[in-house]
Design a protein around this ligand. Sequence first.
Ligand code: NAP
Length: 536
Amino acid sequence: MKDTATDTPEAFDAVVVGAGFAGLYTLHRLRGLGLSVRVFEAGSGVGGTWFWNRYPGARCDIESLEYSYQFSEELQQEWEWTERYATQPEILRYIEHVAERFDLVRDVQLETRVLAARFDDSANRWEIGTDKGAVSASYCIMATGCLSCSHTPNIEGLDRFTGPTYHTGRWPHEGVDFSAVRVGLIGTGSSGVQSIPFIAEEAEELVVFQRTATYAVPAHNAALDPEYQRNVKARYSEFRKANRQTHLGFGSDYPASDDLAAEATPEELEARYEERWARGGLHFMGAFVDLMLDAEVNKGAAEFVRGKIHEVVEDPAVANLLSPEQVIGCKRLCVDTGYYETFNRENVRLVDIGKTPIDCVTEKGVKVGEVEYEVDAIVFATGFDAMTGALSRIDIRGLGGRSMKEKWAAGPRTYLGLGTSGFPNLFIITGPGSPSVLANMVPAIEQHVDWIGDCIAHMRSAGLCRIDVAQHAEDEWVDHVNQLADATLFPTCNSWYLGANVPGKPRVFMPYLSFPLYVAKCDEVAANGYEGFALS
Ligand code: NAP
């Protein structure tokens, strides 16, 4: 990656880290502004999340007509989704189609991991070091994803286990054959909930190790009605606009309600929860506007779901164990197809590791207390070092050589989730402090990329070459993000939103609550000459 004539690192206007939904659209947008761009991607293909998460049953739990790009009218008109919720292979095909259609691949360097990024103050450029060499760029854009850095707990004895181990977020591309295999699976978040029914179908035996029971709402997936797809496409821009205005970030045709559960009668509550349950999916959390604000209201919704679990699971003791106690929604709600039913199968066992944690992994299996569960393979559905994990694994150094990891030691600090003070010309797509994981990721990504694109276009036309976050704007934003979260029930449990799933990670609520408010704020900041940023 060196200019052979001068022996200096190859120079670009922008370097983008990651070739998932965010990185690819950034490349397209910046190329459209006339910038030279290089994208680095660690994987051997594009797709990010959808490249890596190939576990059995992987699919998106936001509906396919909403979980897709809107930047190209032709693309959104021509692409045909086949199911209400797209599978991982279908989403990956879509991303690959986009990469090809917009001729993006030629600027993506695959199998290249970015290891370091250092801002050279005198040259006003980023020097980006990869495992294949170094380049430099005026802008460094982190499109590294919120859930891209897998987390495998450090369980004693794991290295002596004689069978294979897998992580749902790093699933082998050739797939795994579990027939005649006794599988132990740790983790019952979205990845566990999706993969458990599939693994149970195939494996000889499945032992599920559950630390915290999870709330799962039925997906009611089905083939996408062609008439409905045509109907949405006929009004796609209106449909997308509605998407931006709902506080859940999705549900254009079935928005979150503004009604207060605290003002509803018991019959109205029951009817509303039943209606949302029958509709399926994450819409359940949109039943009432005070569901994440009022602990009593939340208890009612939680009780409703526990009732459903008991209707499905035949053994009352297993049903009890599968019934969560925490606030519903404070860990991300799961969307399932046959999850609870799976625990009625003869070949599935549920082991409570909430009260008695895993003691160790042995050569032959997993030991909990005095009991050793013999298994041939272990699946870790144990999630991610979310939102900051991928960034903290890159040695990012800003003004004066200051390390971002050190700056964020007590928790991430950003302005709008887009940038952090002291790191000029560095943008983060869906960074901590932006709605990201609490919105619909693809529109959230597009909103960020468009904002950054507009900002860079403004700087170029005004002859400006440096943008940095003002310290006071960052401090105020961090306080504001926390205040919003503290007014809700979100901080009440050990979720990955808080970093609580990774031992030693600071407990800070990372996403911004409310996509519509956030978009309005970003628009206002831009309209006021990038208020809160210092441009020079
Ligand atoms: P997750 O929600 O963080 O779930 C991890 C699971 O592993 C939890 O049950 C957790 O228990 C358990 N666990 C973690 N460390 C453990 C340990 N040391 N010992 C025992 N158990 C441990 O991860 P995920 O299921 O991969 O999902 C992460 C996020 O990715 C989701 O919330 C969602 O946003 C996204 N996702 C979306 C989809 C979809 O669209 N359908 C699918 C998959 C993932 P505790 O609860 O006790 O911590």
